[in-house]
Design a protein around this ligand. Structure first.
Ligand code: SF4
Length: 170
């Protein structure tokens, strides 16, 4: 069975094709300035936060910034364009914590450039079933022999796989 990490959860909510390509070792992130910039913001925006929080690894899923005192998962993103995917990623961290006996954790997504924050709550009654349906669907997609079709959506223009999807497919 595939180990599903938070990156796969995020990609599942952005593009099923990207999810499949990433999992099958076809990586383009190194060619993308946007990805590099996003990583840099995540690593440098909150130096103080990095000192207060712990990196936690549970069942193979790594949570980079978790404050055990306040039971808060912190995640930093460059832009809120893919906020649905960011929320899904943080909900997955909260799900993993819940599965390991940590109840009442919450998430906080920070957008330093926009000076905005989004709170993420976790409701076991509703969220466990939903997240487990994502996991089943992700495993089904990863097991497919064929790569899912291109999205043809505006998000493609910002994607590091753009050339791969639209030039090589022509
Ligand atoms: S370019 Fe579009 S279809 Fe291709 S991986 Fe990126 S988001 Fe998906």
């Amino acid at each position: 069975m595939h180990l599903v990490n938070a990156t796969l959860i995020n990609l599942y909510h952005v593009c099923r094709r990207e999810l499949w390509l990433h999992h099958h070792g076809i990586r383009m992130e190194h060619t993308s300035d946007t990805v590099y910039e996003g990583k840099l913001i995540g690593e440098t925006a909150y130096g103080e936060r990095a000192r207060k929080n712990k990196q936690v690894e549970l069942g193979g899923v790594k949570i980079d910034y978790y404050d055990p005192k306040t039971k808060t998962v912190h995640e930093t993103k460059k832009s809120d364009k893919m906020e649905g995917a960011h929320v899904a990623q943080v909900k997955y961290y909260l799900y993993v914590l819940h599965r390991h006996g940590v109840e009442g954790a919450r998430g906080l997504i920070e957008y330093p450039r926009l000076r905005e924050r989004t709170q993420v709550a976790f409701d076991p009654e509703a969220d466990v079933a939903e997240i487990e349906s994502w996991l089943a669907d992700i495993r089904r997609i990863l097991d497919q022999e064929q790569c899912p079709p291109v999205l043809n959506k505006p998000v493609c223009k910002q994607c590091s796989y753009y050339d791969y999807c639209y030039i090589e497919e022509e």
